[in-house]
Design a protein around this ligand. Structure first.
Ligand code: NAD
Length: 356
């Protein structure tokens, strides 16, 4: 197969980790007989410097005409004081909107070798952690009307949290389809005992579930879910939830798996094109020092192969290579522990490539 991939190299550690992900993709292409064509789409600080715009039209066009988009991370102190509309993260928000990405998928998976890095007790992590949070990305309170008014001698503020049936239906489908590729269990998280938007959420998810009789559906209130994620995360396969709840739960979930440098994510809309990126930022404190952990970026490339290109064997090969390298005791500085061998970003990428 031939696939066109838009590449956003990003800022600070961005280009370093992206180079390793491309190296791994090239190794996969060679082994499985594919051709991956890469086109740069400058965004964030790099684009501000070159074009005076964090997302130039030409970059959005490149992303929209590609089969998928791979992004490292954007931003850094150099651009902290530019006007609000010019900030690097505005480029990211505009890209998500421009690509119509309404579903964010974040796996929470613990590598057995990195269990020590988890803040949870061994008796909990030994049961394994391997679930995905499917978060609705462009609805709910973040996108509702925000107002602040003076009333009765004081300020009053409100944010409208609204969902329409079609917004819930399409994210529920992403969750059920994701579960079909995994252990076939969906837990829908809401606050249906209090919120109308959650009541509609639950009713709509139940209706969509009828199209997926092979997937088991359960429901959980968000406050209980926050507890269960730290008490017994092994119970979850796919969690589906609205934007605000998903924002909070996905950060909680990433924390329990250990290092921020190892976690990938994907954002999807209609069709197969997606945006794949590690969950961390551009880590200016370690930029240019060959210290960055490229694993989250490399696993983002694996997610792209699995979800956008339907290349399950190829994605498995990357994930197995990461497992093997960690099993051999190779670590970057962020998750280094006693008895392991510390590698730089480039060397970690090379070690993973060697296992493809
Ligand atoms: P950060 O995630 O960049 O860094 C937090 C800490 O984690 C730092 O100590 C950093 O060294 C470490 N870290 C992060 N990724 C790592 C990796 N791959 N390997 C090893 N260590 C890693 O968060 P921050 O410091 O709050 O933000 C830095 C910049 O990144 C800011 O300009 C912020 O706006 C931007 N940012 C961008 C995105 C994005 O592009 N999606 C997301 C978050 C933050």
């Amino acid at each position: 197969m031939t696939k066109n991939i838009a590449i956003i190299r990003g800022d600070c550690i961005g280009p370093e980790i992206m180079a390793e992900a491309i190296g791994v993709l090239d190794a996969v292409a060679k082994k499985f007989g594919h051709t991956f064509k890469y086109t740069d789409a400058p965004m964030g600080g790099e684009a501000i410097d070159k074009f005076g715009d964090p997302l130039p039209g030409s970059s959005l066009d490149t992303c929209l005409s590609s089969d998928s988009v791979l992004l490292s991370a954007v931003g850094g102190p150099k651009w902290d004081n530019v006007p609000k509309e010019q900030r690097p993260e505005r480029g990211l928000l505009r890209l998500r909107a421009g690509m119509g990405l309404y579903a964010n998928l974040r796996p929470a998976k613990i590598f057995p070798e990195l269990r020590e890095a988890s803040p949870l007790k061994a008796e909990i992590t030994n049961k394994g952690i391997d679930f995905v949070i499917v978060r609705e990305l462009i609805g709910g309170a973040y996108f509702g009307e925000h107002t602040t008014v003076q009333t009765g001698g004081e300020l009053y503020a409100q944010d409208i949290m609204g969902y329409s049936e079609h917004e819930i239906e399409r994210i529920a489908r992403v969750a059920f389809e994701t579960a079909r590729k995994r252990r076939k269990c969906v837990c829908s998280v809401d606050k249906a005992n209090v919120l109308d938007s959650s009541k509609l959420w639950r009713k709509t998810v139940c209706r969509v579930a009828e199209e997926y009789p092979d997937v088991q559906l359960s429901h959980m209130y968000v406050d209980n879910c926050a507890m269960q994620i730290v008490k017994d995360p092994s119970q979850f396969d796919v969690i589906v939830t609205e934007n605000l709840f998903g924002d909070i739960l996905s950060d909680e979930a990433s924390m329990i798996t250990g290092s921020i440098g190892t976690i990938p994510s994907s954002s999807l809309g209609e069709g197969t094109r997606g945006l794949y990126e590690p969950i961390h930022g551009s880590a200016p404190d370690i930029a240019g020092k060959n210290l960055a952990d490229p694993v989250g970026m490399i696993l983002s490339a694996a997610m792209m192969l699995r979800f956008s290109f339907d290349m399950a064997r190829e994605a498995d090969a990357i994930e197995a290579a990461v497992d093997a390298v960690l099993r051999e005791g190779c670590r970057t500085a962020d998750d280094m522990s006693a008895g392991c061998t510390q590698l730089g970003c480039r060397e970690m990428g090379e070690a993973i490539r060697a296992h493809i």
